[in-house]
Design a protein around this ligand. Structure first.
Ligand code: ATP
Length: 238
């Protein structure tokens, strides 16, 4: 029997007011996987993330996480269940120190747990340790992105949803960031990677979903999608 996926989204519909944005999205993320959710501006990636993290209420459909239905649960309950959404790096608190930003991510966790998690975040991102006392707003774009992920790790996630971790980074830093994401997954943390960067995301992920106009237009093994002529034409201008 196939293993039950960690995250299973089934026929999810959501939007704003009368405007439907997600028109029946279904996807899964399994234990140990990196799954990319790709698409151009405005296809509904942010709306999907906000619905999965409990900020937006689903109109219909199911969100099952670790065997439980979490569709409609509020953000603190979703985080407590272990589904943690990391917003893109500019959404850190610029006027708090790096350490304070990290500690906020672990507010649910006991003091001793928080200290251990902080140590783990510093081990994962040594640059954050070097800059622990610095205002987060003084960090470079790549470091702010690391801080956003580090803050997510502080809440002891069972699955991370990463929102455009390559946004605004130089090609070299994107490579470094994707290397770090790969190592988190190797250590057993499944990752849903929501990105516009199609080429590098397909390189990193094992499977991918391509969103168009609030629907899954293509899906499959990342390597197969990367070689797909239709995808190349639509997304890579080839
Ligand atoms: P981007 O990468 O630019 O954020 P996206 O793929 O994340 O794009 P969404 O932000 O989810 O796309 O937007 C999908 C659609 O929903 C767009 O047509 C957008 O105009 C609309 N939309 C987004 N936020 C709102 C809102 N608060 N109220 C009404 N419509 C919205």
């Amino acid at each position: 029997m196939p293993e039950t996926p960690m995250l299973e989204v089934a026929d999810l519909r959501a939007g704003y007011g009368e405007a439907e944005v997600l028109r029946g999205v279904s996807l899964t993320v399994g234990a140990g996987e990196i799954v990319a959710v790709l698409g151009a501006n405005g296809v509904g990636k942010t709306t999907l993330n906000m619905t999965l993290s409990g900020v937006l209420k689903p109109w219909s459909g199911a969100i099952r996480f670790n065997g439980a239905e979490i569709g409609g649960a509020k953000p603190p309950a979703v985080v407590a269940a272990g589904l943690v959404h990391v917003p893109e790096g500019r959404k850190i608190f610029p006027n708090l120190s790096v350490r304070e930003n990290l500690e906020l991510g672990g507010y649910r966790v006991s003091k001793s747990g928080r200290d251990a998690n902080l140590q783990r975040a510093f081990d994962t991102f040594p640059r954050l340790k070097e800059r622990a006392g610095q205002y987060a707003g003084t960090l470079s774009g790549g470091e702010q992105q690391m801080l956003a992920i580090g803050r997510g790790l502080m809440s002891e996630p069972k699955l991370l949803i990463l929102d455009e971790p390559s946004l605004g980074l130089s090609p070299l830093l994107v490579e470094e960031m994707f290397g770090l994401i790969a190592s988190l997954a190797r250590d057993g943390l499944p990752i849903m990677l929501v990105e516009q960067n199609v080429v590098q995301s397909l390189d990193l992920a094992s499977r991918a979903y391509i969103l168009e106009n609030g629907e899954v237009a293509m899906q499959g093994e990342a390597a197969k999608l990367a070689a797909d002529p239709e995808l190349k034409r639509a997304y890579l201008g080839l």
